[in-house]
Unconditional design. Structure first.
Length: 180
């Protein structure tokens, strides 16, 4: 087969959807928003553009494991997290099963509407102590939704932040790399 024929074969077998999923999503920034009376909020445009460029339509929402905020996972990121957890659990260990069940079940599938709004269920608003004002924070491949008060309380002092970052960045890079 000549070069043009090889390229044509590649193009004929090209699957755009699966190729887009391999695009690395990176959400950055801290954007203020508001929740309306129905529990809807506009997902920031900058985050919607990242989702669109990555071919993502659906998000998975759950309360954060460690903090009083909500975490929005693009569906492919959620599935990768769930796969990792599934691989590490032992089906014959009752604690593992309960952890997996609780992590996987207390979620909502979220699809932004045509205007870019998402509906945040009331139980999640209560869990995260969100009233009306919210902050959308891009944290690598996920988006966190915070009440401004909770976010402020969770922040490290400038001294704690610089010391912690210095310690993290001075660790042996071969031992502490992200394996994705």
């Amino acid at each position: 087969m000549d070069f043009c024929g090889e390229l044509w074969g590649i193009m004929c077998n090209f699957d755009a959807k699966s190729s887009l999923i391999n695009v690395r999503m990176r959400f950055l920034g801290n954007i203020e928003g508001k929740i309306d009376a129905k529990g809807r909020a506009f997902l920031p445009v900058v985050f919607r553009k990242v989702l669109t460029a990555s071919g993502e339509e659906n998000l998975v929402m759950r309360k954060d494991v460690f903090r009083n905020c909500l975490t929005l996972y693009p569906e492919s990121v959620w599935n990768a997290q769930l796969d990792t957890l599934r691989k590490r659990r032992n089906r014959w260990n009752a604690t593992h099963q309960q952890l997996f069940r609780q992590f996987a079940s207390d979620v909502e599938l979220i699809t932004p509407d045509g205007n870019g709004r998402i509906l945040i269920p009331k139980r999640f608003l209560l869990m995260a102590r969100i009233k009306q004002a919210v902050n959308f924070i891009g944290v690598d491949d996920v988006i966190e939704i915070w009440s401004p008060e909770e976010q402020q309380q969770s922040q490290l002092s400038p001294e704690e932040f610089s010391k912690g970052l210095e310690q993290l960045m001075s660790e042996d890079p071969w031992l502490f790399t992200d394996s994705e």
